[in-house]
Every structure is written in structure tokens, then in C-alpha cells.
Design a protein around this ligand. Structure first.
Ligand SMILES: CC(C)(COP(=O)(O)OP(=O)(O)OC[C@H]1O[C@@H](n2cnc3c(N)ncnc32)[C@H](O)[C@@H]1OP(=O)(O)O)[C@@H](O)C(=O)NCCC(=O)NCCS
Length: 187
């Protein structure tokens, strides 16, 4: 018998100021930046889907596990007045689009949304380059600080953000409906 119960994921809010930003590192050979345009909404959505579909964050944000859900998420982000195109980037590699990031303005904070690199392109520095590119975009757009949220068990992402100067400022608990198989209830 399947029993649905409420579980919680621990998440960190992380922040850093936008002074003394390291330069955006060069991308590996064959990879290039594509700036935001509404014409490439579906490309961002597709990369977001491929980056997140196997990841634990799907349990908290189920839309990330579906192509249509990612298209809706992208649409919701880019139609908000807080949307920051200067902090929204796609990386295109030899095999096509492979990494995505979006930015929103929250007062003097730039808020990073859903950094994603497709599994076959990880470990090449694209994640670090994306975050730094967004941070420079926030600063150019007049913001003084940046923030993001990360699931505490997402060790790779957590380490990446710490390496880029982010520090945890708050602990958050996000609910997720998990299905547990409870053998004791089978009769
Ligand atoms: C988190 C994420 C964006 C990092 O992207 P990335 O392009 O692998 O990042 P980088 O290459 O800049 O850095 C990854 C780190 O893992 C190391 N690494 C080495 N080989 C790796 C591999 N095959 N895969 C992943 N990481 C690898 C890198 O050396 C680096 O280590 P460091 O931080 O100690 O220097 C990516 O793993 C991802 O998209 N994950 C799924 C979505 C997700 O969880 N996003 C974050 C939401 S908050």
C-alpha cells in the first residue's frame, strides 16, 4: 500500500555582496554565451528540464521534472517586472544549449533562479561561469547584493556557491509530498 506523507527538505538561503567580484572565467573551447531574448525561452526551458529531471530538487519543485513545467516556469520568470535580462544567460556548446541561469530583482538583491548544467557538461567550470556572469549582470543593473537558495543535500552546488563567496544566512524547510511504501500496511 502506498502512503503519502509530508516530508521536508532543508534548504539554505545564501547571500554575498557584489563588491570585489572575480572576473567571469573564459568558457572551454567550443562553448559560448547567448544573451536573453524571448525567442530562446524554449531553449532555456529545455536545458532547465535536462539539468534538473534526475535531481532531488524535483521533489520540492515538481515542475522542474517536466518539459512543459519548465516552459511554464520560464514564462513565469521572464514576464515578471522583477525579471533581470542582464543576469539571464544560456551557454551553447558543441552539441547545442547546455547551461542556463535566470535572475530576478528583489529590492537591492539579485536573486539567482535555477542554475542548471546538463549532466554531460558538468565539471568543466560552466556552473561557476554562469553564476559569475549573472552576478556581474546584477551589479550592472544597480543591485548591491545577490541571493539564492540551495537544498542542503546538494553538496556540489553548495560547494560551488561557497567557493564563489556565498554564505548561508538562513535555514528554510520546504515541504515535499513523498510516497512511502509501508509494508506493514499491506494485508
Ligand atoms: C550545480 C551545477 C550547476 C554545477 O555545474 P558545473 O558546471 O558542474 O559546475 P563547475 O564545473 O563550475 O563546478 C563543479 C564542481 O564539481 C567538480 N566536478 C568535477 N567533475 C565533475 C563532474 N563530472 N560533474 C560534476 N562536478 C564535477 C568541479 O571540479 C567543481 O568542484 P569545486 O566546486 O570543488 O571546484 C550542476 O551540477 C547542476 O546543474 N546540477 C543539477 C541542478 C542543480 O542542482 N542546480 C543547483 C540548484 S541550487
Amino acid at each position: 500500500m502506498n502512503v503519502s506523507s509530508l516530508a521536508y527538505f532543508k534548504r539554505y538561503r545564501m547571500e554575498r555582496d557584489l563588491e570585489a567580484l572575480p572576473a567571469v572565467p573564459g568558457l572551454p573551447l567550443g562553448y559560448g554565451w547567448q544573451s536573453w531574448s524571448p525567442m530562446i525561452l524554449d531553449l532555456h526551458a529545455d536545458v532547465k528540464y535536462r539539468s534538473f529531471r534526475e535531481e532531488m530538487d524535483v521533489e520540492i519543485f515538481p515542475s522542474l521534472g517536466h518539459r512543459v513545467g519548465c516552459q511554464e516556469l520560464m514564462h513565469n520568470i521572464v514576464t515578471r517586472w522583477e525579471f533581470v535580462p542582464e543576469a539571464t544567460w544560456l551557454i551553447v556548446g558543441p552539441d547545442g544549449p547546455c547551461a542556463t541561469i535566470q535572475g530576478l530583482r528583489e529590492g537591492c538583491y539579485g536573486s539567482i533562479q535555477n542554475v542548471g548544467v546538463v549532466p554531460e557538461c558538468r565539471g568543466k567550470g560552466l556552473g561557476a561561469a554562469l553564476v559569475l556572469k549573472a552576478l556581474h549582470g546584477f551589479r550592472r543593473s544597480g543591485m548591491t547584493h545577490a541571493r539564492l537558495e540551495v537544498t542542503s543535500m546538494n553538496a556540489l552546488a553548495l560547494r560551488l556557491y561557497q567557493r564563489l563567496g556565498f554564505r548561508a544566512t538562513r535555514i528554510l524547510y520546504k515541504p515535499t509530498h513523498k510516497i512511502h511504501r509501508d509494508e506493514a500496511l499491506i494485508s
